[in-house]
Each structure stands twice: as C-alpha cells, then as structure tokens.
Design a protein around this ligand. Structure first.
Ligand code: RB5
Length: 140
C-alpha cells in the first residue's frame, strides 16, 4: 500500500519505529520531520492530507504530541477522514465504520508497541459500507 507519513518534533522516534516494523512492506512517503527542532504540526498534516486527497497515497499516518492537532488540521482537507486513535479497537472501527483514510496518534500518549498494534490493525480492517457508507457520505 502507498502510505504517506509525517510527524512534528514529538514524533520522529515513533515514526522511525513504525517505518522499520509494521510499515516495512509498504511504499512509504515520509514528509518529515526527522529532527527534534520544533515544527508546526498543521504544515505536516497539510502535506500528508494532500497526498492522500490527491491519490498519491492511499492512506496517511500522522503523529504529534497528542494526535489531536494533526487530526484537526488533516480533517480540514476535503476528502480526508482523519481519526485520532489511542487503541486498536478505535483504529479498527475508524476503518470499518468511518472509512478513515488518515490515522493520527499521540507520541506523548502511547508507546511504540501500542502504536505498532494500532497501525497493524488499521491497515487491514476493511470499510464495511452499507449503512456506514450513507453516514460517511453525509460527512462529505
Ligand atoms: C507540540 O508541543 C504539541 O502541541 C503538538 O505536538 C500536538 O500535540 C498538537 O496537537
């Protein structure tokens, strides 16, 4: 799968850990940042969200301190359904019910193992369609 990934200065370690493990078999576009120098999370969210909205990536993954700012910013881009998840069950339902195309996580909230499990779950869970398609359509 083509996946765009990005983080602010709170997330390079988590991003690297994901790229080297659960994402290693995927085609990754890493938009940064890769240092602890402060950057503004909306700039990173904007890049990843546009790659997904324009079809250059099928999914996006965003990491900031809480995952909240990234989800707010990415969700402003038309066509993006960004889900901030802190557990695998939410990640699974964000796919099955909400057809989330961007996953946001908080590097100050969860550990690397939990992030790996969330991503693993999120990548394979299918969108169920049916009544959920009608509801997701109303979001659009
Ligand atoms: C940066 O300090 C922090 O505000 C950011 O990573 C994020 O948590 C915003 O939602």
């Amino acid at each position: 799968m083509k996946i765009a990934i990005g983080c602010d200065h709170t997330g390079p370690d988590m991003k690297r850990a994901l790229i080297e493990s659960v994402l290693s078999d995927h085609e990754i576009t890493d938009v940064g940042t890769n240092s602890e120098a402060a950057v503004d999370y909306p700039d990173i969210a904007h890049e990843v969200a546009h790659l997904v909205a324009e079809g250059q990536a099928e999914r996006g993954i965003l990491i900031c301190g809480t995952g909240i700012g990234m989800a707010m910013a990415a969700g402003k881009v038309p066509g993006i359904r960004a889900a901030r998840c802190g557990d695998p069950y939410s990640a699974e339902l964000s796919r099955r019910h909400n057809n989330a195309n961007v996953l946001c996580m908080g590097a100050r909230i969860i550990g690397h193992d939990m992030a790996r499990k969330i991503v693993e779950t999120w990548l394979v869970a299918p969108f169920e369609g049916g009544r959920h398609a009608r509801r997701v359509g109303k979001i659009g």
